[in-house]
Design a binder for this molecule. Structure first.
Ligand SMILES: Cc1ncc(COP(=O)(O)O)c(C=O)c1O
Length: 406
């Protein structure tokens, strides 16, 4: 028998890494995929991306012989600075920007730079599990704060800060996804953004504004970025090309006050982001991205409408399983809530056996103890016909689960 690998032994590992294994599962290929926030695959601009890469290589390909700039390809940072000024009224220079591997790596670096074990981070009552994983990894005491459709409830936010201070704990960070929130879908109102910022400034708490869905707006007017209202330098802003081109691009960015960027640069390993990708995305973004986003949003809107129609058909006007769902004006998610007794993890398990992926609410719960009867449904990936059909199937599974659970 071969000897078990050294790496099968627990004590070979650093005490700081999580005990449980991470995921190494690739995209499922399930016939109904509502699990992950993918954009529309059919409209990926492959020809334009290929041409952008060709031009980038022709113009600057020899530069690949060197390591890239540690903060990432300067012309792409210039583009991001211009985009942030144009779309988010955010006045930052290319030096205030660091490119990263999607927005996950920027989030990771910000959290690593700020959080000590036991310090408190406040998040929306349900939030992006990728960031929850990073926060757990750094030992943060994560607390969800009650929200309505405008964002954090002001009293709940103040109470959460007061109660942490009462326990002698420091609230270090507020992590928010203020635009087309993952998974709840709402957009934080301007008044709530101002309240959040004023509260954070008053208490000396940093804000991580994760705005990776902001460009996927089908309806309504844009609301200014929290970072654009910040006069005290407490906000760090994160964006990504994942949702407006595709996650396979693995390019995103953070923009923030220079003392924070100095510290992040010191922990960033591996040099800058891929220069090959950055050359292509820069050429593509400058000449095509705005038009692509407009056309992708038309497609996503149809997909959202297909999901809403499928839910209404499947669950009926007066739903017997107590179903209600959000109606987002952009982004990639619908949040489905069933009667309190229905176990959405069991629904998700049944759905998976029938070829459908959904994300049970508990996996988006900051403390891992709420959202049992909720699920996140992503409408970005499948075609409208499949989405509509899938909602009928899901409604049937929910009914069977509701019957089984009484
Ligand atoms: C709120 C939020 N932040 C960050 C990410 C990470 O995306 P990426 O690293 O591909 O930019 C996601 C992905 O779904 C997300 O929903």
């Amino acid at each position: 028998m071969p000897k078990p690998s050294l790496f099968a032994q627990d004590d070979v590992y650093s005490r700081s890494i999580p005990r449980q294994a991470g995921s190494r599962v690739a995209h499922s290929g399930a016939p109904y995929d509502f699990g992950v926030a993918y954009p529309d695959p059919e409209s990926l601009p492959l020809a334009e991306l290929a041409e952008s890469l060709r031009v980038g290589l022709e113009e600057e390909g020899r530069g690949l012989a060197k390591y890239p700039h540690p903060s990432g390809y300067p012309p792409l940072r210039e583009y991001v600075a211009e985009k942030l000024a144009r779309d988010r009224s955010l006045s930052v220079s290319p030096e205030d920007i660091i490119l990263g591997d999607g927005s996950s790596q920027p989030n990771h670096m910000i959290i690593e730079a700020l959080m000590n074990p036991g310090e408190v981070v406040l998040t929306e009552e349900f939030t992006y599990p990728g960031t929850l994983g990073i926060l757990r990894r750094f030992g943060a005491d994560i607390r969800g704060v009650a929200c309505d459709r405008e964002g954090f409830l002001p009293d709940a936010l103040e109470d959460a800060i007061r109660s942490a201070s009462g326990e002698g704990k420091r609230v270090k960070l507020i992590y928010t996804i203020p635009t087309f929130q993952n998974p709840l879908g709402w957009v934080m109102s301007l008044a709530r953004r101002r309240h959040l910022l004023e509260t954070a400034q008053r208490h000396g708490i940093a804000i991580l504004e994760d705005d990776c869905y902001v460009d996927l707006r089908f309806e309504g007017e844009p609301v200014p970025a929290i970072a654009s209202l910040d006069t005290d330098g407490v906000v760090v802003y994160v964006g990504s090309f994942s949702k407006i081109i595709g996650p396979g691009v693995r390019l995103g960015y953070l923009a923030g006050p220079s003392p924070l960027l100095d510290r992040i640069s010191a922990i960033k390993s591996g040099g800058g982001v891929s220069q090959l990708g950055a050359l292509a995305i820069h050429r593509y973004a400058v000449s095509h991205l705005e038009e692509h986003v407009r056309s992708a949003n038309r497609i996503l809107r149809r997909k959202r409408d297909a999901m809403l129609a499928g839910l209404a058909d499947g669950f009926g006007e007066l739903s017997d399983v107590g179903a209600s769902w959000s109606r987002p004006r952009g982004g990639l998610f619908i949040w489905l809530t069933l009667a309190p007794g229905v176990d959405m993890q069991a629904v998700a398990d049944r759905a998976l056996r029938e070829g459908m992926i959904i994300f049970p609410g508990i996996r988006l719960s900051p403390e891992g103890n709420s959202g049992h009867n909720c699920a996140r449904l992503c409408f970005g990936y499948d075609p409208p016909r499949v989405i509509r059909e899938g909602m009928g199937l899901l409604a049937g599974i929910c009914r069977r689960e509701a019957v089984a659970s009484v």
